[in-house]
Design a protein around this ligand. Structure first.
Ligand code: GDP
Ligand code: CA
Length: 331
């Protein structure tokens, strides 16, 4: 079975770890392609950092700091302290010493002219994540947040997503998100093929606006999703009206979307009416959303959606694949 997923960072990576476990336990031959968000990418101190690609690579390659959910295990931050002592900005970005190794290799390869997709494949040769990890695009397309300037009252500014998310902990009210450069971005090699040739497409419980939303904004990707023969099933990142972890509610609010499993599912929309979903998993606590989703043309099941450990996450992935197969045979 060929499974293609889109993914942000932590939510995507943890889900895919469960998906891998489920497919391995099912005994059937399978291939997972992950289309990763690069809108969060940032140049820091001359290094190209790809937080979401690295979170997927480290999580699936068993190099992640499992407590923090991002960055390398057994990390130290001496380089960051030295940079701070020089007073060079940004001081708020968590650049770990081990992690810098990855960024140095990536940056040197990019500077030598290799596209990000080739560089990502080369980095994965070390980590062996057991999936094919593709950046959504090889082009630069950065997520910025429109906020009231923290410095000049009355001014609106576009701030890099990472500055808003990390330095301000998403506390500056966001007016909107813009993906700078996205209109000229093209899907990285293999992305459209992975969507067209999949047996099942799964949207993990990643941030709908700044993880999945960015990927969907790359010209060609949403069209490919609307046209593929594969059933598309998503997993709600919202449980009982709250993001389980992180500040996704601040992103949803900026786009006028309620922080509920129902509203996020309806915002993706049913494929038979211009959206991208055939199916949507909500948590058992949100079972009352089922009838509205079904009425909108989205097949829905309410199952436990907390990724507490790998077996619980593998069970979620099994529900997603089962729902996809049920919808395919029904359609
Ligand atoms: P990021 O790029 O690191 O922010 O990660 P993602 O965009 O891939 O995923 C972040 C989202 O994962 C958050 O907005 C949460 O709503 C969601 N999330 C985190 N843990 C869980 C969980 O245990 N269950 C579900 N359903 N969603 C989760
Ligand atoms: Ca991210």
């Amino acid at each position: 079975m060929r499974v293609t997923t889109l993914a942000g960072g932590i939510g995507g990576a943890r889900f895919i770890r469960g998906l891998k476990a489920h497919l391995a336990a099912s005994g059937q031959e399978s291939h997972i392609t992950v289309i990763g968000n690069t809108g969060d990418d940032i140049w820091v101190h001359g290094l190209r950092v790809c937080p979401d690609l690295d979170t997927v690579m480290y999580t699936l390659g068993d190099g992640i700091d499992t407590e923090r959910g991002w960055g390398r295990r057994d990390e130290t931050f001496h380089a960051k302290e030295e940079l701070q002592a020089y007073g060079v900005e940004p001081t708020w970005f968590g650049l770990g010493d081990r992690d810098i190794g990855t960024h140095l290799v990536r940056t040197a390869s990019l500077n030598a002219g290799y596209p990000l997709s080739d560089v990502t494949r080369a980095l994965c040769a070390r980590w062996k994540p057991g999936v094919e990890l593709l950046p959504m695009t090889n082009d630069r397309a950065e997520t910025h947040v429109i906020v009231d300037s923290p410095d000049v009252p009355g001014n609106r500014v576009a701030m890099h997503f990472q500055e808003w998310w990390i330095k301000y902990r998403a506390s500056l009210p966001a007016h909107d998100f813009v993906f700078i450069g996205i209109e000229n971005a093209t899907p990285a090699p293999g992305v459209l093929e992975a969507i067209a040739e999949a047996d099942v497409i799964v949207l993990p419980p990643s941030n709908p606006i700044v993880s999945i939303g960015t990927i969907l904004a790359v010209p060609g990707i949403t069209d490919a999703l609307s046209q593929t023969d594969a059933p598309i099933v998503g997993i709600s990142p919202i449980i009982s009206g709250a993001p389980v972890r992180g500040m996704a509610d601040a992103c949803l609010t900026a786009r006028g979307i309620e922080t509920t499993a129902l509203a996020v599912g309806l915002n993706y929309g049913a494929r038979n009416s211009g959206g991208i979903l055939d199916g949507w998993l909500v948590d058992t606590s949100d079972a009352d959303a089922e009838s509205d989703l079904e009425a909108a043309g989205i097949g829905c099941r309410a199952v436990p959606l907390f990724m507490t450990d790998v077996p619980a996450t593998a069970a979620m992935a099994e529900h997603a694949i089962d729902l996809a197969q049920a919808l395919r045979s029904a359609g």
